[in-house]
Write a protein that binds this ligand. Sequence first.
Ligand code: TMP
Length: 207
Amino acid sequence: MRKRKVSRKGLLIAFEGIDGTGKSTQIKLLADWLRAQGEDVLETREPTDSAYGRRIRELYVNRGACTPEEELELFIEDRKLHVKELIRPALNAGRIVLTDRYYYSTAAYQGANGLDAKQILQRNRFAPQPNLVILLTMPPELSAERISSRGGQLNAFEQLDALRRVSELFASFSDPWLRRIDASQPVSSVQEQIRHAWRDLFSPEES
Ligand code: TMP
């Protein structure tokens, strides 16, 4: 493996994108690959299994049970716990943290639900900035088709119109650590590009 050019405490890599883009498959493949190189990897996800996460999952079937503002609070509180109990300790221990969703999801999904995406990002300043965000992109129509073909029902967050708005918001983010990858390509080529983005973290001039 190439020698790292940055010394590090730990690395935080977030995977974002609309539902059905294959985030969990790609995270698993990357985690296995990194572990095969001796890296200490923590795979995690949001919403978590906390009490907040459980309340969020109840909304999948009844989103009208709370206001958009209350819904936002649940995601923020869930993330505060996640950061405090899992993410920060892992980063301090020098681990590589791969998270399936992070604060761009809140800005995109709760933004698509009528709140201000920029303000949502500001509310998330407590959360450590990721070293890399892999944003998996896909036309919302294809994403909805994929979810349905897995036998899944589109939950309250996944209705096509909502996915279109979410997708537009994801497209509007432009931080330098954000890498967009077209997730409608075969799994192996998506993974190859993710590994490329990982290597670029250490040797950008070799890409
Ligand atoms: P998932 O577990 O399949 O990724 O589903 C989580 C759902 O929750 C997904 O539809 C996106 C939504 N979500 C938000 O609306 N805001 C957030 O901050 C996060 C983390 C997820």
